[in-house]
Design a protein around this ligand. Sequence first.
Ligand code: T5A
Length: 215
Amino acid sequence: MAESCRRGLFVTLEGGEGAGKTTQIGLLGERLGAAGVDFIVTREPGGTPLAESIRHLLKDYREDPPNAKAELLLFLAARAQLVESVIRPALESGRWVVSDRFSDSTFAYQAYGRGLDLESVRQANAFACGALEPDMTFLLDLDPVRAVERRLGREAATGIAADRFETAGDGFHSRLRKGFLEMAGANPGRIKVVDASMSPREVSDEIWKYLAPII
Ligand code: T5A
């Protein structure tokens, strides 16, 4: 654990587009609730009014799309706000925080994906959120081709159009996956790789195998 004053557990779900993070957070929430864990769920970018506004700019504003550095700084602005007003207070009061994405997404998308220097991205991220690091991260690993199929299925069902990241091209999504897997290889204690091609219930069981003993 990166910060000794914390009492709640900080859990993040990571992965490429459409890997099933939102679905898994719903299932995990049911299990945590049944186990009597006091927790909150949040997402990145987002989770506060300011950060949700930044989310809209990042995902859907196409009139003057941010360049790679501007994009990075917008993600970090949203994170700085979320960490100080939501995540840190919750952890310090003993609540668990379950977040749909966190810093690993920035390293994967803005460094591996967009090509920004990884060390510079790490330093900028540390400035934005201090020493805060998740206690446990589940990387939902899915072949980008399968992810596109899922996304198209969801688009057909909901009518919600793809955002700037979902339409970024195959090379981008392959680099993300490589980046996530490299980070998992370098941090095996924190980042658990879960095969996201399994059914939602099987993926949830796999995640629960790690969390149940902690509870
Ligand atoms: N980003 C984010 C950065 O570039 N840098 C950063 O620092 C951060 C924090 C956020 C975007 O911002 C980028 C990453 C993102 O591109 P978002 O909408 O939050 O945008 O994007 P995602 O996190 O990718 O969210 P999605 O909703 O698109 O994907 P999920 O949550 O991974 O997937 P989910 O659960 O919605 O499932 C997708 C579809 O698949 C089905 C679901 O029913 C749904 O239709 N599904 C399954 N089907 C079969 N088997 C399973 N196991 C399934 N699980 C889900």
